[in-house]
Design a protein around this ligand. Structure first.
Ligand code: C5P
Length: 325
């Protein structure tokens, strides 16, 4: 049952904003614009924030209010409303479509902030998807934007937001804006819905600093092979485990031994597929079955944030009326 107050949702939409993991993250080289050329397989996981976007009765057209409620995430690091990526997404959407309404955004936050799980990016993607549905419903004169249009807007907000607007298992390239599905011939993801343990020591890692610290000689070591191509058969645990790679680990782990310690604790419990996600500080362990995942959970040191969820390889981000949620 959705418990969001009816007054807030009477003219609103709800979107589940799923966290993501980078199963691979290759840093291929530095670009003239200061960003890095990357290649990464992004897959959603079941952990998600709830984002509700509503037309609010008491604001002027174009006003955006934000309410963030913690449900397991430490929200003390959330800055001023105007800097929030979800609010910036709403403003950009209204600016680009010329469709200005007073908006209220409510986020129930479960994804750790600054944790390499794309939480802020997923919230922003959810606002774009939700608003696209909301304004169409609000005015019969407005036609919805295409997913490609939304992804173009998303790229203006952050490098990994287009992949989250797209949803499902994708390969992202360029600085993140070039997105294509990683799919089998029938359209489904080749990645199995494996159990996954996520753990985070609560340290903050700056993505910009992580990229700055990447060695310059990585360009000659791209992953070879076919995992980035459309694959005809599904992958099993062993082949996914063998494909894991994150070029930001060498830049981040020596500076943050707490993150390396969590990865070591997972491996100590027998985990065979452990990697840092994005620029950290979250590390994940894929498990072959629930029993293995529970054993890894139990081995984590007290005090760290952790959750047991599953890969959601075909997950979609859809806007729907909140009362149907
Ligand atoms: O695009 P986003 O704001 O998420 O990126 C944060 C920072 O990470 C950028 O300012 C840049 O320093 C770095 N970055 C990069 N190459 C990428 C993505 C991000 O250097 N492909």
């Amino acid at each position: 049952m959705n418990k969001t107050p009816t007054s807030l949702v009477s003219d609103g939409v709800a979107v589940s904003a799923y966290a993501k993991l980078n199963l691979t993250l290759e840093v291929l080289g530095k670009r003239p614009d200061g960003y890095h050329a990357i290649r990464s397989i992004v897959v959603p996981v079941g952990l998600h924030d709830d984002v509700v976007v509503s037309v609010s009765g008491d604001g002027a057209d174009g006003d955006v209010s934000l309410e963030v409620v913690a449900d397991g995430a430490d929200i003390s690091r959330i800055g001023a409303t105007g800097d929030n990526l979800a609010v910036r997404a709403a403003r950009l959407f209204m600016e680009r479509t010329g469709c200005h309404v007073p908006l209220a955004i409510r986020i129930v936050k479960r994804i750790p902030i600054g944790g390499g799980l794309g939480g802020g990016s997923a919230d922003a993607a959810a606002v774009l998807v939700g608003l696209n549905s909301l304004v169409t419903r609000h005015s019969s004169l407005v036609t919805p934007l295409s997913t490609a249009d939304l992804m173009e807007m998303a790229a203006m907000l952050g490098s990994d937001i287009p992949s989250l607007v797209h949803g499902g298992t994708v390969v992202m390239e360029g600085r993140g804006e070039k997105v294509r599905p990683l799919a089998m011939a029938d359209g489904r993801s080749p990645i199995p819905a494996l159990p996954v343990v996520l753990a985070n020591p609560g340290v903050f890692v700056s993505t910009a600093e992580a990229y700055r610290a990447v060695r310059d000689d990585l360009t000659d070591t791209p992953i070879l092979g076919t995992i980035y191509d459309t694959v005809s058969r599904g992958m099993d645990f062993a082949s996914v485990a063998a494909a894991l790679r994150n070029d930001l680990e060498d830049a981040v782990l020596p500076r943050h031994p707490e993150i390396a310690a969590l990865a070591a604790a997972m491996r100590g419990a027998g985990a065979r597929a452990v990697l840092m996600s994005g620029s950290g500080a979250t590390v994940f362990a894929l498990a072959e079955d629930d029993e293995e995942a529970e054993r890894i959970m139990r081995a984590l040191p007290a005090g760290c944030w952790r959750t047991l969820t599953r890969l959601l390889p075909d997950g979609v981000m859809a806007a729907h009326g909140p009362l149907e949620a």
